[in-house]
Design a protein around this ligand. Structure first.
Ligand code: GLA
Length: 437
């Protein structure tokens, strides 16, 4: 062999390297090379979005000074659904789909808003902030109102908003808008708010201007997300820990039912009240209990079941889900993706049959992958009644799986299926440092 190599001319040697050795190196290093390409493309996407929002801003507000641009991502949640407002744990992460907000100061007290998705404008003054019937301005105005209520002075500003988080898909586009606004106004007016206070203002804005009594998960994930990590958040103490998401050959695949969920459709708030009702009944016998976080199955059997089967079933789901998350988190830390996946299927079962926040289309998608060897876990994600399922799927099986599911889904529902492979990204941040003026 060495004799043969020695006899090769330089030309023959080069040809041999190109034909035999390069493909071998490429194959061996394919994961690294593909990851680099993905990073390269996602940087390009970011640049595109930055340019797009800057251009939209210039067109709508031609007289305005150059804007600050803030990016705030949507989120996924691995496990721990409807546990946040019960002071339990959640396991969310920020994703590579985000909302972009461009803002600059005005020299009067008017707030001018423009939403690219609706190609609509909205104008109010800083001293007349109130929920609008148009809906989309509420996520921005609600945050401005919260800042004022917390004693911060804000003046007039121009704002344009755009993004690539699919709306109503359960990926928290509304929390992303709220967090982007909070971050942008904080910068614009030099308020120096810590991230947690911006999260709390954003969550409160959802309560007051959108009428949804949401927990803290979505806003927290959008603001505190960290590339390649999920956040194990204790929704009582607000202590959190970043856990690396190492899926070893598996990917997070979101399947969008394209059924628009309407969180404010009172069902979300009803679930919250049902949980609080259960706690109130238990508290009569156990005054130390403050939320379902403190409740055991034994307490539910003794103090809730005799009074009301429905409240019992709702609370049972939550108590079990809080426990399931803790065990699922251990699975993830041990690298046991199969065990985590099984728990995701059980979560879906609970959300569908006991908490009753699923819908026909979500159930169809979860049932369709239950016996797929390439899918270790799947469940509906977020508030429910539509939006996406989250699936953990073997990377090489994704393409044929999506093709097959899309055809079957459309046949059964007459709706289109959208699929996204998500990457875990950093949370809210500024992408342009140009100061106005
Ligand atoms: C919505 C809410 C969150 C959380 C989830 C369900 O996304 O905004 O606070 O309650 O539903 O886990």
């Amino acid at each position: 062999m060495s004799n043969m190599l020695a006899n090769l001319s330089l030309f023959q040697y080069k040809i041999m390297m190109i034909v035999y050795v390069c493909p071998f190196i490429f194959w061996q290093q394919r994961h690294i090379i593909c990851n680099d390409l993905r990073t390269y493309f996602s940087k390009k996407d970011l640049l595109k979005m930055e340019q797009k929002i800057a251009e939209q801003f210039r067109n709508i507000y031609p007289q305005s000074s150059p804007p600050l641009i803030v990016r705030s991502p949507g989120r996924i949640n691995i496990i721990g659904e409807h546990t946040d407002y019960n002071e339990g744990f959640v396991l969310p992460a920020a994703i590579d789909k985000a909302i972009y907000v461009a803002v600059s100061l005005r020299d009067d007290n008017e707030i001018h808003l423009y939403a690219a998705d609706y190609d609509e404008t909205h104008v109010v003054t800083v001293d007349t902030l109130a929920p609008s019937e148009k809906h989309w301005p509420n996520y921005i105005l609600g945050v401005a109102d919260q800042l004022q209520k917390r004693g911060y002075t804000i003046q007039g500003f121009n704002l344009a908003i755009d993004g690539d988080v699919p709306l109503g898909a359960g990926l928290s586009s509304s929390a992303a808008v709220e967090c982007a606004t909070a971050f942008a106004l904080n910068e614009l007016f030099g308020l120096q708010l810590p991230r947690l206070e911006m999260v709390q203002a954003a969550q409160k804005a959802e309560h007051t201007f959108a009428g949804v009594m949401c927990g803290i998960m979505d806003q927290f994930a959008s603001m505190f997300g960290k590339k390649n990590y999920v956040i194990k958040l204790d929704c009582r103490s607000l202590d959190y820990e970043y856990v690396p998401l190492e899926l070893n050959g598996y990917k997070i695949l979101l399947l969008n039912t394209n059924v628009k969920h309407s969180l404010s459709s009172s069902e979300y708030n009803t679930r919250r009240q049902q949980c609080e009702q259960g706690v109130e009944w238990i508290k009569k016998y156990k005054p130390e209990v403050n939320s379902l976080r403190d409740v055991t199955m034994q307490m539910l059997d003794e103090y809730v079941l005799p009074d009301d089967q429905l409240i019992y079933t709702r609370c049972k789901y939550v108590v079990e889900e809080i426990q399931r998350l803790l065990e699922g988190c251990n699975d993830l830390q041990r690298g046991d993706i199969q065990a985590l996946g099984k728990k995701m299927f059980r979560t879906h079962e609970g959300l569908s049959k006991e908490y009753e926040v699923s819908c026909k289309e979500l159930d169809i998608l979860v049932d369709a992958v239950k016996y797929e060897p390439s899918v270790v876990g799947a469940r509906m994600m977020g508030g429910g009644f539509g939006g996406c399922t989250i699936n953990i799927v073997k990377e090489e099986a994704i393409e044929p799986l999506v093709k097959r599911l899309s055809e079957a889904y459309t046949r059964q529902t007459e709706l289109g299926l959208s699929a996204y492979i998500v990457q875990i990204e950093n949370g809210t941040g500024m992408i342009s440092v140009k100061r106005p003026g």
